[in-house]
Ligand binder design. Structure first.
Ligand code: PLP
Length: 357
């Protein structure tokens, strides 16, 4: 059978070798004749997995001293609440840039807890661009941004110079490009877009920003407790952490973040050149803000959609349907998606245009 080209937006494609090792661990982990799923998270074998996952994050992102890396549950969505719980003081304000569905949800959750201000928003044009040139109030508790807008297909190419704590939701482009962790105070990412399966959320936080708010923080929402307990305050999502560890090992074997960034840029160039060249298709976001991870586009003539969907199915191209709030198509091209899959999509788009010219 020919290969399936998996453009799923999340949970998304994982490297084949990671899936094979993960399946093996489900039945016989580390030659223990036991499943990874049926041993204690405090066993030597699992503690080694957690340690390795955290050290790979530090190595691959060159996390400087003074930052902690933890694995949590509850998805990136729980971070929408944890961030204000830990960083928003009683009389302070959390400022947000609203670049899409996920940013809007982060704003909503923070507003439950305290004072929130939306500094800039691209909602006026259905989030098809990244707002720029806003000024950040120096007395805010933090600025929250979203590095890649998974649903709309926009991405921050430059991060703001920030006089206050900078918090970034990197769920859908973590490990896809080089970042300077020291430019940020808190980074979080649900694993299922670019670093593993659903169930684990990674947080990188600068230790010195914690412990500054007055409120009592429930233990499960308190970063300091998870840091102190080395991500084992309660039972961690063992399988999700293990598969994330395998994916990070794979990334390291590919040459790390800088090497994968080149591949990701090549994949993005390939698809966007086709979108721009092909008379049947049109990109939907501002060119300078186009995401390397999620390329969104539409058919100019909607009546061709069912034909195009059939052609995609015939070519075994999977997961291209746009998010229900946007429509059209979205090609998600996370780290594990080979450039050959993007080429297969481009070939199909090209052939479709010739057929309909
Ligand atoms: C998917 C996604 C989320 C939500 O992640 P969950 O783990 O499902 O809570 C948040 N932010 C961004 C940018 C995302 O892509």
């Amino acid at each position: 059978m020919s290969q399936v080209h998996n453009f799923s937006a999340g949970p998304c494609i994982l490297p084949q070798e990671v899936l094979e090792k993960a399946s093996e661990a489900v039945t016989n982990f580390n030659d223990l004749d036991l499943s990874l799923l049926e041993i204690s998270h405090r066993s030597v074998d699992f503690v080694a997995v957690m340690d390795k996952a955290i050290s790979l994050v530090k190595e691959l992102l060159e996390v400087p001293d003074g930052y902690s890396v933890i694995f949590l549950q509850g998805g990136a969505s729980t971070q929408f609440t944890m961030v204000p719980y830990n960083l928003l003081s009683d009389n302070g304000v959390g400022v947000y840039v609203n670049t899409g569905t996920w940013a809007s949800k982060a704003i909503k959750e923070a507003g439950i807890l305290g004072k929130v201000e939306v500094l800039a928003s691209s909602e006026d044009k259905n989030f098809t661009y990244i707002p720029k040139g806003y000024s950040i109030p120096a007395d805010a508790d933090y600025l929250h941004i979203t590095s890649n807008n998974t649903i709309f297909g926009t991405q921050l190419k430059e991060f703001p110079e920030c006089p206050v704590n900078l918090v970034c939701d990197m769920s859908s482009d973590i490990f896809s490009r080089k970042i300077n962790v020291s430019d940020f105070d808190l980074i979080y990412a649900g694993a299922q877009k670019n670093m593993g399966p659903a169930g684990a959320t990674m947080v990188i936080v600068k230790d010195e920003i914690l412990g500054k708010v007055e409120r009592a923080i429930p233990s499960m929402l308190d970063y300091r407790i998870h840091i102190k307990k080395e991500s084992m305050y309660n039972t961690p999502p063992v399988f999700a952490v293990y598969v994330s560890m395998l994916t990070l090992e794979w990334l390291k074997s590919q040459g790390g973040v800088e090497a994968i960034q080149k591949v990701n840029e090549a994949k993005a160039t390939l698809i966007y050149e086709e979108i721009d060249r092909n008379p049947l298709f049109k990109g939907i976001v501002a060119e300078e803000d186009r995401s390397t991870m999620n390329a969104t586009f539409i058919l100019e003539d909607e009546s061709l959609e069912s034909d195009f969907n059939q052609v995609l199915a015939d070519a075994r191209i999977n997961g291209l349907k746009g998010h229900r709030s946007v429509g059209g198509y979205r090609a998600s091209m996370y780290n594990a998606l080979p450039i050959e899959s993007v080429q297969a999509l481009v070939d199909v788009m090209n052939a479709f245009a010739q057929q309909h010219s």
